[in-house]
Structure formats: structure tokens, C-alpha cells
Design a protein around this ligand. Structure first.
Ligand SMILES: Cc1cc2nc3c(=O)[nH]c(=O)nc-3n(C[C@H](O)[C@H](O)[C@H](O)COP(=O)(O)OP(=O)(O)OC[C@H]3O[C@@H](n4cnc5c(N)ncnc54)[C@H](O)[C@@H]3O)c2cc1C
Length: 413
């Protein structure tokens, strides 16, 4: 058993070696749950924090994430070694936004906003490993990988958890944090109502090799079938997010690499150069999910468990990071010496977070719908809009913020 876990005290006379009391239990050790544990451990080193993760440590996540500057700064503050996350070649200096078959296009440049970059591109896998490594340095965090939460039972003063897997235990905690992803078992068990909409699109992701360097350009191209994003991530390497109608996703998945590249080149064109090789192909069905409550009794929902977004504007993780920051502030300011947080403080956290969710989900959902619609006047309006953006760089300022996941380009949280 993990030595850190043994420090937690048994909670009753009947306690066995497999019983554990912890102040905070985070269920889900993904990029959001791990960061929530790190930031709250920093805010309150006197509290015990247990992370449960169903996956083996270092499990493959083939996604590539575009991160806002504020997200990188938060990771650094949390003690995550960001130097190994982002190569210079993975910084976005310019963004090109266009529509296939449309007249409008626009470009955004970091220099216009006097910024070192418009965003940074990281491998979700490397990020996950760096967060885990930082958690393992913290004496008050216990990490249980390959251990999944099975059920939750509430008492007035605690939550009892049944777990299964490598380091299974009966756990009781004062606060449960649900960071267990879009299909959250906790949200489902609590029957928390949600808004859920299937976009009918699937994201095909892959790593592309090009015949020329990307020079720090990222591309977002809207097509009649769905958006295509290319992110710079290494010399002559770009990460692809290609959203296709779900009913044709299987056909694309079955294509040989050469045919996949030819189909992509035909949809995207040659603006970024010629695609010469592809690797790491995977796919994700896309849907919007917004939980109606982020707080239930002694439980908080964060990250994808609370809000799952279309990746069109690269907002999902950035929003989850803000959950972690606000959660850590709640713990730092409101948890008593024995780790109790008043219910009204949890409700105040929820009230503040909900306005961020509504704004970002509204923006992301609006972008998907506007650019998925082939209604002729709307197509014309989009083209005019993109041309206007090109003429008036000030107008593109909010788009740059939205596209790269900033809450505020000037650096406020
Ligand atoms: C194609 C694509 C591209 C994206 N691009 C971007 C981008 O550029 N920028 C951006 O900001 N966001 C992006 N996102 C969104 C981003 O990937 C998510 O917001 C982020 O991964 C959510 O992390 P999470 O930790 O909340 O959930 P997850 O990553 O789903 O992690 C959930 C964790 O919970 C664990 N778990 C599940 N059930 C249990 C259980 N019962 N017990 C214990 N553990 C459990 C799982 O093992 C997993 O480790 C993208 C998403 C997609 C699909």
C-alpha cells in the first residue's frame, strides 16, 4: 500500500486495513482532477487528499490541447514542470480562420496583441504525466491508480465511498470532487439533471507530417461537414482535429493512411502545405453536456463531469482549469481546521462557476451552430463576418480570445 495512504486514519472501531478517512476525495485523476488535487493541496497542506483513478498511471491519451497563457501560468503555479510540456515549435504565433468555398478569411497574430504567443500546444499525455509527477511530490496527496469509484452513500457529516480495483478501500470523506469525465458515474448516480445535445459530429484526431514548416501557424477551416483545426506541434508536425458527420466517421476510420491524407487534403486544401504522413489516429464523438447543478450535498462536479464541450474553440480544459482554481480558493478560504466546508460556501462556488459555464458553453455552441448551417443568407453573413474581421483587427480580438481559450487576453484569471 502507498505509504502516503497509510498516514490517513481509520474511521471507526470496526475499521479494517482497507478503511480510509480523507478530508477530500477526488474521483478521476485526469488532467482536471489531478490539477484540482494539486492546487487544493497547496492551498491547505494540513488536509489529506485522496485521488482515485480508474486508469493505469500513464495511460495513453492521444489528444493534443491548445492551452491559454493563463492555463500555463496556473500549471506553473501548481508546480507542474511546464518546461517539458511545450517546445518552442508548439507555440501559436498566428491563426488563420477560413471557410471552405467562402470568400471570407481572417488572420490573427500574437504580435498584434503584443503577446509572446496566442496559445501553446501540449500533448494531453505529457500533461497528464507531468501533473501526476507533481502530485507524487506532495506529502498530503495519495494517488490510487487503477482504482475506480463504484458507489456513493451520504451521511450528514461524511460521504462513504465504495471502490474497486488495485487499491480498493472503503473510503469516507468530508468532500467528494467528481472529476470523472463526461460519462461521470457520480453525476449519474446522483441523478443530477443535465442539458445534453449530440452534435452528430465525431472528431478524428491525428498527428500529421507536412512537407514544410508550419512557422507557428494554426488553422481553423470551416467546411460544410464540420470544422478542421490544425495546431503546430513540432518541426513539420501538426495536430489535426477533423470534425466529420458521425454517420461517416466509420468510413474515415477505415481508410488507409494514404487515402485518409488524400481526403483531408481535398477538404482542407494546400494552405498549410502537403500532408505527407499521418499517425496516432483516434476518434471522439462530440456532444454538449452541461450539468444543471455543480454542487450536491458534500459533492462538487468539475471538468468534463460538469461540462463537456465541442472542441471547436479549444475551451474545454481551459474551463476545467478555472474550476480547479476556484475550487482551491474555496478550500483555502473556507475549509475549517478539520476540513469542513459550509454548504452555503459550496453554493456560492456553484453560483460563480455557473456564469462562466453559461458564457463559454453559449459561445462554443453558437460557433458550432453558425458554422454548421448551410442556409444561404447565413453563409453570406459568415463570409461578410470573416471579411470584416480581416479589415478590423479589433473585432478579431474577442475571436482570438475565444479561439485560444482565454477568459481575458490581458491575463486576468
Ligand atoms: C478532440 C478533442 C480536442 C480537444 N482539444 C482541446 C483544446 O485544444 N483545448 C482545451 O482546452 N480542451 C480541449 N479538449 C477538451 C479536453 O480534452 C477536456 O476538457 C479535458 O480532457 C477534460 O478533462 P477531465 O479530467 O475533466 O476528464 P477526462 O480527461 O475524461 O478524465 C476523467 C478521468 O476520470 C477517470 N474515471 C472515470 N470514471 C471513474 C471512476 N468511476 N472512478 C475513478 N476514476 C474514474 C478516468 O480514468 C479519467 O482519468 C478537447 C477535447 C476533444 C475530444
Amino acid at each position: 500500500m502507498n505509504s502516503k495512504i497509510e498516514k490517513s486514519s481509520a474511521h471507526s472501531d470496526k475499521a479494517s486495513a482497507n478503511d480510509l478517512d480523507t478530508d477530500i476525495c477526488v474521483s478521476g485523476g485526469g488532467v482536471v482532477g489531478g490539477l484540482a488535487a494539486l492546487l487544493s493541496a497547496q492551498a491547505r497542506p494540513d488536509l489529506s487528499i485522496t485521488v482515485l483513478d480508474a486508469s493505469p498511471a500513464g495511460q495513453q491519451d492521444p489528444r493534443t490541447l491548445a492551452l491559454a497563457r493563463t492555463t500555463i501560468l496556473t500549471l506553473q503555479r501548481a508546480g507542474v514542470d511546464t518546461t517539458r510540456l511545450v517546445a518552442k515549435t508548439a507555440e501559436i504565433q498566428h491563426i488563420h480562420v477560413s471557410e471552405r468555398g467562402g470568400a471570407g478569411s481572417t488572420t490573427l497574430h500574437a504580435a498584434t496583441y503584443d503577446l509572446p504567443s496566442l496559445g501553446k500546444v501540449v500533448s494531453a499525455q505529457v500533461l497528464q504525466e507531468a501533473i501526476l509527477a507533481a502530485c507524487q511530490q506532495h506529502p498530503n496527496i495519495s494517488w490510487r491508480s487503477e482504482t475506480s469509484l463504484q458507489s456513493v452513500a451520504y451521511e450528514t457529516d461524511k460521504v462513504n465511498l465504495r471502490t474497486q480495483g488495485k487499491q480498493a478501500a472503503h473510503i469516507s470523506t468530508k468532500l467528494l470532487v467528481a472529476a470523472d469525465g463526461g460519462r461521470s458515474m457520480i453525476r449519474q448516480q446522483l441523478k443530477i439533471a443535465r442539458r445534453e445535445e449530440d452534435y452528430g459530429q465525431t472528431a478524428l484526431i491525428a498527428n500529421l507530417t507536412l512537407d514544410r514548416d508550419h512557422m507557428g501557424w494554426a488553422y481553423e477551416r470551416f467546411t460544410e461537414h464540420g470544422p478542421i483545426a490544425l495546431l503546430p506541434c513540432g518541426a513539420r508536425q501538426m495536430a489535426l482535429v477533423w470534425c466529420v458527420p458521425s454517420d461517416s466517421a466509420e468510413r474515415y476510420r477505415e481508410l488507409q493512411d494514404a487515402d485518409f491524407l488524400a481526403a483531408l487534403q481535398s477538404e482542407f486544401g494546400f494552405r498549410a502545405g502537403r500532408f505527407s504522413a499521418v499517425s496516432g489516429r483516434a476518434s471522439y464523438p462530440l456532444y454538449l453536456l452541461l450539468a444543471e447543478r455543480a454542487v450536491f450535498h458534500r459533492t462538487l462536479l468539475i471538468g468534463n463531469a460538469c461540462h463537456t464541450l465541442h472542441p471547436i474553440a479549444g475551451q474545454g480544459y481551459n474551463l476545467g482549469v478555472r474550476d480547479c482554481v476556484d475550487f482551491a480558493r474555496l478550500i483555502g478560504e473556507q475549509a475549517s481546521a478539520d476540513g469542513e466546508v459550509a454548504h452555503r460556501a459550496l453554493l456560492e462556488y456553484e453560483r460563480q462557476r455557473q456564469s462562466d459555464y453559461k458564457r463559454i458553453a453559449g459561445l462554443t455552441d453558437g460557433l458550432v451552430r453558425v458554422f454548421s448551417n448551410q442556409h444561404a443568407p447565413l453563409v453570406a453573413a459568415r463570409n461578410l463576418g470573416l471579411l470584416a474581421l480581416r479589415k478590423h483587427s479589433l473585432l478579431s480580438y474577442p475571436l482570438a480570445r475565444a479561439a485560444m481559450g482565454y477568459r481575458n487576453l490581458l491575463g486576468e484569471r
